[in-house]
Design a protein around this ligand. Structure first.
Ligand code: GLU
Length: 452
């Protein structure tokens, strides 16, 4: 039998090879490192996983599509963006994962997101593979008409790669209900099919699931609550810092407040708002979802309890809980040290890979409960899979039913991660638990399905 350290050496060689074969993709390297550095115990214990080629196949997407997205702005000028869809792994079901529209998008970013999505989707226990896509299009400051023309052009290429049994995109940063509507309309027009299960995050009344908009944020709060319960605590009376002000942040704040915690911050790229009385969600939703404005407007309109800190990071506000809900690598080593100094008990990732590897290690060493995104934020994609189930059955469930299923899924993900970590001598280490449990499910399916 190979030892853990021999196995780790093999995995380290593979990581070096990944870096060579995928130059200039730092985010993908980071995501691959983060998973592969926790797999040695399971690969050493179960010889079938050491089969040559298994992990090599896992880190190579099944298919990667890059395409031109030409569109006309309101002045009639032709703009050209780049579109991506990375279909990473379909051993467990159709590729599933969101679309991100943000100027920072490139192939490496989409690959990191797609790679994480494989394990996240496996952890939900549902039949969905992993994929991700998007564009370097920046929706900020664009009119509705421009966003519509962009989405139509994007779908005019994407439609040939997706389908309810093939690949099912959804939203991510920069892609919400409005964009999904325009994308779905164009798909329907080109294919002449009512195929509601081809996209998730659709609007109520034309195939969308109740609770899908809330699911990522709600799920993350449920995961944080489960981690606290392990330590004999609950959310009641805890102060929480939340970063971001998009869909994930808004519904994180909503659930925290409903469960008795005080969520005191939100942010965007201009800075953050701290509100001692707790974030007023009606005001935040009005500014972000209706007016599509910036968070400084919140502080201006809220009155004395709130202030806007330009350029700052929410992590400097003392809190019991931290829920990074904006974007990758937004919480670094210095931020982790500040949180620890201020007595943080748990950090739970609403965004994908928001915490740098150095920060994760620091938090874990300090005994802070750390919920990695692929477990903690899996509620969004889980409810997407429930939306697909409703679409296939041509039915729609009540909000109460969807919320109950979401709560069951989050509890089961927490239990799986917790027990898996214990089984592999890493008690309390949710990163190891999530990576190994997700890996086992995908790897078993890949082995059973042969070398493809
Ligand atoms: N973009 C979300 C995620 O990171 C949701 C994906 C989906 O619903 O397909 O998991």
């Amino acid at each position: 039998m190979t030892t853990r350290s021999e196995t780790q050496t093999t995995l380290d060689h593979l990581l070096t090879e990944i870096e060579h074969r995928n130059p200039a993709q730092p985010e993908f390297h980071q995501a691959a490192h983060e998973v592969l550095e926790t797999l040695a115990p399971v690969v050493a214990a179960r010889p079938e996983y050491a089969e040559p080629g298994l992990i090599e196949r896992l880190v190579e997407p099944e298919r990667q599509v890059i395409f031109r997205v030409p569109w006309q702005d309101d002045q009639g000028r032709v703009r050209v963006n780049r579109g991506f869809r990375v279909e990473f792994n379909s051993a467990l079901g159709p590729y599933k994962g969101g679309l991100r529209f943000h100027p920072s998008v490139n192939l490496g970013v989409i690959k990191f997101l797609g790679f994480e999505q494989i394990f996240k989707n496996a952890l939900t226990g549902l039949g969905i593979g992993g994929g991700k896509g998007g564009s370097d299009f920046d929706p900020h400051g664009r009119s509705d008409a421009e966003v519509m023309r962009f989405c139509q052009s994007f779908m005019t290429e994407l439609y040939r790669h997706i389908g309810e049994h093939t690949d099912v995109p959804a939203g991510d940063i920069g892609v919400g209900g409005r964009e999904i509507g325009y994308l779905f309309g164009q798909y329907r027009r080109i294919t002449n099919r009512w195929e509601s299960g081809v996209l998730t995050g659709k609007g109520q009344g034309w195939g969308g699931s109740l609770i899908r908009p809330e699911a990522t944020g709600y799920g993350n709060v449920l995961f944080a609550a489960a981690m606290l319960r392990e330590r004999g605590e609950d959310l009641e009376g805890q102060t929480a810092v939340v970063s971001g002000s998009g869909n994930v942040a808004i519904y994180t704040i909503e659930k925290l407040t409903a469960l008795g915690a005080n969520a005191v911050t939100c942010s965007d790229s201009s800075g953050y708002v701290v509100d001692e009385k707790g974030i007023d969600l009606d005001l935040l939703k009005q500014i972000k979802e209706v007016e599509r404005g910036r968070v400084d407007a919140y502080a201006e309109r809220r009155g004395a309890s709130a202030r806007f800190v330009p350029g700052g990071r929410v992590w400097e506000v003392p809190a019991d809980l931290a829920l990074p809900s904006a974007t990758q690598n937004e919480l670094d080593e210095n931020d982790a040290a500040t949180l620890i100094r201020n007595g943080v008990k748990a950090v739970s990732e609403g965004a994908n890979m928001p915490t740098t590897p150095e920060a994760v290690h620091l938090l874990q060493q300090a005994g802070v409960a750390f919920g990695p995104g692929k477990a903690a934020n899996a509620g969004g994609v889980a409810v997407s899979a429930l939306e697909m189930a409703q679409n296939h059955a041509r039915t729609s469930w009540t909000a109460a039913r969807v919320e109950e299923e979401l709560a069951d899924i989050m509890t089961s993900i927490h239990t799986t991660c917790h027990e898996t970590a214990e089984r592999y001598d890493a008690p309390g280490d949710y990163v190891t638990g999530a990576n190994i449990a997700g890996f086992e499910r995908v790897a078993d399916a890949m082995l059973a399905q042969g070398v493809i």
